[in-house]
Structures are given as structure tokens and as C-alpha cells.
Design a protein around this ligand. Structure first.
Ligand code: GLU
Length: 487
């Protein structure tokens, strides 16, 4: 059996779309599962869409997520070059050969003529289709016009009658009437190929099999097969992947910030979590396992688990999965990732941030949640005195006032300001007063944080804040209670 060789063939847009990442991942898994090769090919023949630095983004992102290619523009390989714009002469040579073989022809139609055809089609409410005007030019005429330097394109010559079938590993056998196909352009007037031609030539020359790509190419595949057949080339296996959607009928949108790997990575999703989640978008291992490392994916992957229906990208599911990945980090790893977010939140340098990390690690879904969660440590939030009243903790304005005042007294005297000591004096005070734990700890925590929910309890927060800031806040809380009680 021939070596399994798959490729990822992105157009350099400047970002990696989630759907593209998934295609790359599945192509990679299929190759690795079969001890084959995974190639990177850059499809940049649409020079109008050139984006500066976009190819570097592709290298960087694939490396980051661990989809290391075996051949590609940056590392070379036996079938290079791997950037389509550098393969221009190759396509032209094969296009001319296809003309010789009767599978293509030169077309000299002017833009004006084609525009006119388009307008006519629009007027008649029909879909524009090239009318084959140049399909049967004589060899002599073609030669003469080429000699005269007339601009031209090369078009595919699709049969007008009959049908073309192809087999997809997922979607089965698909048959189309040739009359629905068009004499599409293979070589543009700038001498560069269209995707429709370049993909066939490259997949053949680079010995790609199977071809793994998005299902948006399903409808063009018959035309590709006609090209393979004209050349007498072996047709590869096809695996077309169903799309990833935001909701049924709605695409992920770059503009709404939910389409690219980078969008999510920059929001503080871990790359492992993104890859793990994306792997499950349209593929199932056949059991209820949800967590996979890359090696486990290679082990478990099987195209039988691919789904034919569009996958729905569920951001909440990915957030949950990310929170699980965050929990699995060591405290040191998590702390390193959290530090830039503490900086963003403007937390003071002398705060025990490692302790803070240990308090929040189990509570956040994505790293960019951090600034909001810790903001109260930097600036005391505004709050109303009602926050002290909590049924479950059995606190009222009155008992909160009394207990907070007592807590302030003992804390004022505490010299060794550590979490342990703070905890100890508060517990001692609870015993001495004979109140419920929550009746003291609730008002202290509320006054220290101004919040209903906090990472850590009263002693942890006071420990982080330091004595001066703690005492300042507790006094503000006491004043608030005083005012509310009209004392
Ligand atoms: N270059 C194409 C794109 O970025 C991908 C083509 C393919 O996978 O065959 O959409």
C-alpha cells in the first residue's frame, strides 16, 4: 500500500479559522495514525488577497498547537516548492498539456464580452455560465492570437453531456450531470492557476492521498476528477468534512471575534483545550471519552467517527473544557499564565499573587476572566449595606455591625499579619462571642471585598490585602452599617 500523505493547504489570510484548524488536525491525525506524512502547502495564487506576514502566522500557529508538518515551505521536502506562487511554471506546463489532451482550451474572451454575458444572465434570472465561445477555435487561430500577444486564460473543457461520479469516504458516491458543470478557468490572465487547477496538479505531484478538506469543495470535485482523468492520473481518496457552524445556518464570523484560533487563544483559552475541543467538532471516538492529548487523539482517531452533519461550535462547552484544563495545570504553570492578567488588573506587586493563584485556579474558565475576578483587590467596589444581610449566614444589619466592630478591635491589635494568624484570631473571637462562624466571617468578608462572591474567604482576602488596606476597608464597612442603622 502507498504511503498515506495528507496535506493542509491554507490560503494565507492572516489567521487560522477554527474550521481550518479542524481540517488541519484531522489531516494530521489521519497521516500520523497511518505512519504517513503531513504536508503544509500554501495556496496563495489569489494575489489580490495577499496579506503581509500571513504565512508566518500559519507556521507559528501550527507549531503552537503541535501540528508539526513533515514537508512544507519552511522545512522543504522532496516535492517542493510548497508555496503555489512559486510553482507558476509547473501549472502552465500542465495546463498546456491538458490543452493537448483535449481537456482544456485557450479562451481570449474580453472582460467586456464576459460582463455582457453576465448582465444577460442577470436579466434572464439565470446563473451565469461561460458560453463556450472559444471552445472550438482552430489550432491555427489560437496560435496566431497567442503570437500576437492577446491576453488569454485557459479553461477546462467539460463534457456537455453524460455524468461524472466520484466517491467520498464520508458522503459516498456523488453523481452530477455534466451539463451542470462549467468550463471554469484553470489558468488566469496573470498566468497563475485557480484553486480548481492548482489543487489537482499539486495533490497529484505531491502524492497526496487521501485528500482531506472542507465540504465546500464537494460540488467542484467532479470537475477535478475530469482533470485527473484527462491526465490519466490516479484519483485520490476524498474525505470532505462537514462545516463547523455557530448555529444551524450561521457561520462563525471573524468580525464577531469567534472564528479564529487566535481570537480564542488571545482570550485566554489554552491551546490544548482548543485543540481537544476542536477535535470533537464533528468527530466522536465512539465512547464517552472527552479528554485527549494529541497522542491519544492519534491513537483513537478513526474516520468512521466523522459526522456528515454540520458541527455546532458551542462556546460554553469549550469554556467548560478549558476550565478543566486549567484545573489540571500545576500551580506554578497556572501562576505563570495568570501573572500578565494580574498586571492588567493593576494588582500591587507586593501582594502574594501565588496565593491568589491558588485561590482562583479552580474557579475560572478562561484566563481573561481573571482581571474581573480579582479587580476588587485593587479597587474597593461600591456596594450597599444590604450586602451584609444574608439569610443563610444569619446576618442582619445589627449583628453585622456588632460583630464587625469586634473583629476590627482584635484585628487592629494583630501584629503578625498572616492568613493563618488572621484566621486564628477570628475563630477565637467567634468562640468567645458564642456566635455562628458565618455571623462573623460574612460581614468581615463583605467589608473586605464589597462582593457577594469572592475567591477565598475573609482571612484569605485580608491576608492578600495587607493590614493597612484591610483596616481601611473594614472601617468603611462599619461606617456603612452605622449609617444604615442611623447610629
Ligand atoms: N486553500 C483552500 C482554503 O484555504 C483549502 C483548499 C483545500 O483544502 O483543498 O480554503
Amino acid at each position: 500500500m502507498n504511503e498515506v500523505r495528507t496535506r493542509f493547504a491554507p490560503s494565507p489570510t492572516g489567521y487560522l479559522h477554527i474550521g481550518g484548524l479542524r481540517t488541519a488536525l484531522y489531516a494530521y491525525l489521519i497521516a500520523k495514525k497511518n505512519n504517513g506524512k503531513f504536508l503544509l502547502r500554501i495556496e496563495d495564487t489569489d494575489q489580490d488577497r495577499f496579506v503581509e506576514g500571513a504565512i508566518e502566522v500559519i507556521y507559528k500557529t501550527l507549531k503552537l498547537v503541535g501540528l508539526q508538518h513533515d514537508e512544507g515551505p519552511d522545512i522543504g521536502g522532496p516535492y517542493g516548492p510548497y508555496i503555489q506562487s512559486e510553482r507558476k511554471p509547473i501549472y502552465l506546463k500542465y495546463a498546456k498539456e491538458l490543452v493537448e489532451r483535449g481537456g482544456a482550451y485557450y479562451c481570449f474572451c474580453s472582460k467586456e464580452r464576459l460582463d455582457q454575458l453576465r448582465e444577460e444572465a442577470a436579466r434572464n434570472n439565470t446563473v451565469f455560465k461561460y458560453d463556450g465561445h472559444c471552445r472550438n477555435l482552430s489550432r491555427d487561430e489560437v496560435e496566431r492570437r497567442l503570437q500576437a500577444g492577446e491576453p488569454y486564460v485557459i479553461r477546462q473543457k467539460v463534457p456537455y453531456t453524460g455524468t461524472t461520479s466520484f466517491h467520498d469516504e464520508l458522503f459516498g458516491t456523488i453523481t452530477v450531470e455534466n451539463s451542470t458543470l462549467e468550463d471554469g478557468i484553470l489558468i488566469k490572465s496573470d498566468g497563475l492557476p485557480t484553486y480548481n487547477f492548482a489543487n489537482v496538479v499539486d495533490d497529484h505531484l505531491m502524492k497526496i492521498n487521501p485528500v482531506v478538506r472542507g465540504s465546500e469543495y464537494l460540488s467542484s470535485t467532479p470537475k477535478y476528477n475530469l482533470i485527473y482523468e484527462s491526465f490519466g492520473w490516479e484519483i485520490p481518496k476524498y474525505i470532505h468534512l462537514a462545516p463547523v457552524m455557530k448555529e444551524p445556518g450561521k457561520k462563525l464570523s471573524k468580525r464577531e471575534g469567534d472564528a479564529s484560533f487566535e481570537d480564542f487563544y488571545n482570550k485566554g483559552f489554552l491551546k490544548e483545550a482548543i485543540v481537544n475541543y476542536v477535535a470533537l467538532l464533528g468527530w466522536s471516538p465512539g465512547d464517552d471519552r472527552e479528554f485527549f492529548t494529541m497522542d491519544e487523539l492519534i491513537e483513537a482517531f478513526d474516520i468512521k467517527g466523522l459526522s456528515k452533519s454540520p458541527a455546532i461550535f458551542d462556546i460554553n462547552k469549550m469554556r467548560w473544557m478549558n476550565s478543566e484544563y486549567i484545573k489540571k495545570l500545576s500551580l506554578e504553570e497556572f501562576h505563570k499564565m495568570a501573572l500578565p492578567y494580574y498586571k492588567d488588573a493593576g494588582l500591587p506587586d507586593n501582594m502574594n499573587l501565588l496565593r491568589l493563584s491558588s485561590l482562583i485556579q479552580g474557579r475560572i474558565e478562561i484566563l481573561s476572566d481573571i482581571p474581573d475576578i480579582v479587580a476588587f483587590l485593587k479597587v474597593m467596589p461600591e456596594y450597599e449595606a444590604d450586602l451584609f444581610v444574608h439569610k443563610k449566614s444569619k446576618t442582619t444589619l445589627e449583628n453585622s455591625y456588632e460583630n464587625l466592630a469586634k473583629a476590627i478591635e482584635v484585628l487592629e491589635m494583630l501584629e503578625e499579619w498572616t492568613e493563618e494568624r488572621i484566621h486564628q484570631v477570628l475563630i477565637d473571637l467567634i468562640t468567645q462571642l458564642g456566635v455562628k462562624n458565618s455571623q462573623l466571617l460574612w460581614p468581615v468578608r463583605v467589608a473586605a471585598s464589597g462582593k457577594l462572591v469572592t475567591p477565598g474567604g475573609a482571612a484569605e482576602i485580608l491576608g492578600l490585602l495587607g493590614k493597612n488596606e484591610s483596616m481601611r476597608r473594614l472601617h468603611i464597612g462599619l461606617d456603612k452599617l452605622k449609617a444604615a442603622l442611623n447610629l
